[in-house]
Design a protein around this ligand. Structure first.
Ligand code: BDR
Ligand code: CA
Length: 319
């Protein structure tokens, strides 16, 4: 399998723990002609690794893209016990869609080894990494082979939260909370990092009308996506008392395609890795009150209508 992208597409690797919102991110990326998904790497997060890997395989097949290789990675954070979120995503991680197991198999190589090999074979600043789960796999790549950072064009991740607070503890967002040390490694790897935090995703809530429109696409993907979203949204609607829930992970894909939909600030972001009270908090020096160097493009604003319109257009391209 060749890691080389075609000239006019952007080569990306999606590192993910599907997850219904991960599912929409994967489907959107596979539908976007501007992106070349080199592979999908599964990590433990929303549900254990066995299920996230299974779900990733199901999703590439659903999108009619069984040619996209799927690799299983780390089954738990290196320095902590795994925390999962079945109470949000259901037992399978993609509850709401009744999808059979994929007929294709996982690649035999470990996701971390494949990422290292693929990055080192690529040119400088060539590949974009899109982590939309705990950053355990990506941190393992950067720790094992720090020279891979030179081959990364950008790391665009969903994670963190600052003005919004957290969704897993009062101060921490799930992906960062599950593996705070990994997120800290990513933020300090030297490659450009862009973070799409809760501050963004909670400004773009799904509506019932949008989910209905997804169902009315009339395709197998539309039916599966709408089923997943109905299931997934109920938790946040109950929790926050809002008309709809945030659709976190697809913002990473939308950002790659339409950065003009987003606004943020290049500043210093550190992750709390010790305090029991604020573990996993992304501490953002928004006002430059320290002399810590800027290491992250921290996004806080989004064109919500533009985002949902873009997502609908992408989903409508799939079978
Ligand atoms: C993140 O946590 C997971 O539950 C979602 O898939 C998303 O990646 C939001 O905090
Ligand atoms: Ca996720």
């Amino acid at each position: 399998m060749s890691p080389l992208p075609t000239r006019d597409t952007r080569p990306i690797i999606i590192d993910t723990d599907p997850g219904q919102d991960d599912a929409i991110a994967i489907l959107a990326a596979l539908a976007a002609p501007e992106l070349h998904v080199l592979g999908i790497t599964a990590v433990a997060g929303n549900v254990p690794l066995e299920l996230t890997a299974r779900n990733a395989l199901i999703l590439v097949e659903l999108a009619g893209r069984p040619d996209v290789p799927v690799f299983a990675g780390c089954d738990r954070p290196r320095r902590r016990e795994l925390l999962t979120a079945e109470h949000v995503h259901g037992k399978t991680g993609i509850d709401g869609a009744s999808l059979a197991d994929a007929t294709t198999a996982l690649q035999p190589q470990h996701a971390v080894d494949w990422m290292i090999e693929t990055l080192l074979a690529a040119g400088e600043r060539e590949i974009t990494i899109c982590p939309v789960g705990p950053m355990t796999n990506v941190a393992a790549v950067l720790e094992t082979a720090p020279e891979t950072a030179r081959h990364i064009r950008e790391i665009v991740c969903m994670g963190g939260g600052f003005f919004n607070g957290g969704n897993t503890t009062p101060t921490a967002e799930f992906n960062v909370f599950v593996d705070p040390e990994a997120a800290q490694i990513v933020l300090h790897c030297g490659a450009p990092v862009t973070m799409l935090p809760l501050d963004v995703t909670h400004k773009a809530l799904m509506t019932d009308a949008w989910i209905t429109q997804v169902r009315e696409l009339g395709s197998r993907t539309g039916a599966a996506a709408a089923g997943m979203l109905d299931f997934y949204e109920r938790f946040d609607v109950d929790k926050y008392g809002t008309f709809g829930g945030p659709l976190h992970d697809p913002h990473v894909i939308a950002y790659l395609l339409r950065p003009d939909f987003y606004r943020g600030r290049h500043c210093n972001v550190e992750v709390e890795t010790e305090s029991p009270l604020t573990l996993g908090m992304t501490v953002v020096d928004w006002w430059s009150v320290t002399d810590r160097p800027a290491n992250c493009q921290f996004i806080t604003e989004v064109d919500s209508d533009g985002f949902y319109h873009l997502m609908m257009g992408l989903l409508s391209r799939l079978p």
